[in-house]
Design a protein around this ligand. Structure first.
Ligand code: ZN
Length: 230
C-alpha cells in the first residue's frame, strides 16, 4: 500500500476510534501519537546522554532516547505487558532519528531476543518490533542474529553484580547472519548494560565487523540496585 493511502486510512480509523497518547494514554488528535503536553516533555527528555559499553576490549556506543521514569516508564510497561504493540511505530521512528544523529552507519539491524518460552507467553518481542520499525525508517534490513539459549531470572529483580553473572553465556549467535556486518543492536531498556554487553559479545563471536547499540530508555543510575524479589 502506498504511504499516502496508508496515512488517509489511518486518519479515518483515528476518527472512528480516537488514538491515545503513547505516553499518558489520553485521547489525541487524529494522526497524532502523543498529546501536546507530552510532546513538549519528550523534546526535553530526548537530550538523554548515551552510554559506552566495554565489550571484548572494544568501546561500543549505545544511543538512548529517554530516561526510564515517569510517563515513559508507564508507557513502556503498557508496551511490554499491556499488549500495546502499536507503540513500536512511535518508538522505532524516534529511535531511528537518534541513531542517525549519534551512531556510525550500520548495515543490518537486530534486537535483543527473548527466550522462546517468554516470547510465546507475551506473543511478541517488543525490542524486535522497535528494531523492525527503526530498520524500515533507516532503510536497512532487519534480521534475527541472536538467540537466548536459557531462561534466566529477570534482570530487573537483580543488583548490579548479579546482573552480569545472570546473562553470562545466555545469548548465542544465530547462523552466520552477523558475519562481516556492521550491526545495530536494539533493546527496550538499558540498565547496567549487562544484557547489551552479553549480546554484543555473541555478535562479535558470530563474526560481526562492528556493533553499535540503541535503547528506548535508560534506568537512572540511582535506581539500578534493587533487592531480589522473595
Ligand atoms: Zn500525553
Amino acid at each position: 500500500m502506498n504511504r499516502k493511502l496508508e496515512k488517509a486510512l489511518r486518519f479515518c480509523a483515528d476518527l472512528l476510534f480516537p488514538p491515545r497518547c503513547v505516553l499518558c494514554d489520553g485521547i489525541v488528535a487524529p494522526g497524532a501519537s502523543v498529546c501536546e503536553a507530552c510532546a513538549a516533555q519528550l523534546e526535553r527528555a530526548e537530550k538523554t546522554p548515551g552510554v559506552n559499553l566495554r565489550v571484548c576490549g572494544q568501546n561500543i556506543p549505545c544511543a538512548v532516547l529517554y530516561p526510564y521514569e515517569g510517563r515513559v516508564r508507564d508507557s513502556i510497561l503498557r508496551f511490554k505487558f499491556g499488549g500495546r504493540r502499536q507503540y513500536a511505530e512511535f518508538y522505532g521512528e524516534r529511535l531511528a532519528r537518534a541513531v542517525r544523529r549519534e551512531l556510525p552507519p550500520a548495515g543490518l539491524v537486530t534486537a535483543v531476543p527473548l527466550s522462546e518460552r517468554r516470547r510465546r507467553e507475551r506473543g511478541y518481542n517488543q525490542s524486535e518490533l522497535v528494531a523492525r520499525r527503526a530498520a524500515a525508517v533507516l532503510g536497512l534490513p532487519y534480521a534475527a542474529c541472536l538467540k537466548k539459549a536459557a531462561d534466566n531470572r529477570p534482570q530487573h529483580l537483580l543488583g548490579r553484580e548479579e546482573r552480569a553473572r545472570n546473562v553470562r553465556g545466555v545469548y548465542r549467535p544465530l547462523g552466520g547472519c552477523a558475519a562481516g556486518k556492521q550491526v545495530l543492536l536494539i533493546d527496550d531498556i538499558v540498565t547496567t548494560g549487562a544484557t547489551l554487553a552479553a549480546c554484543c559479545e555473541a555478535l562479535l563471536a558470530g563474526g560481526a565487523a562492528s556493533v553499535a547499540c540503541a535503547a528506548v530508555a535508560r534506568t537512572p543510575e540511582e535506581r539500578v540496585e534493587k533487592q531480589p524479589a522473595m
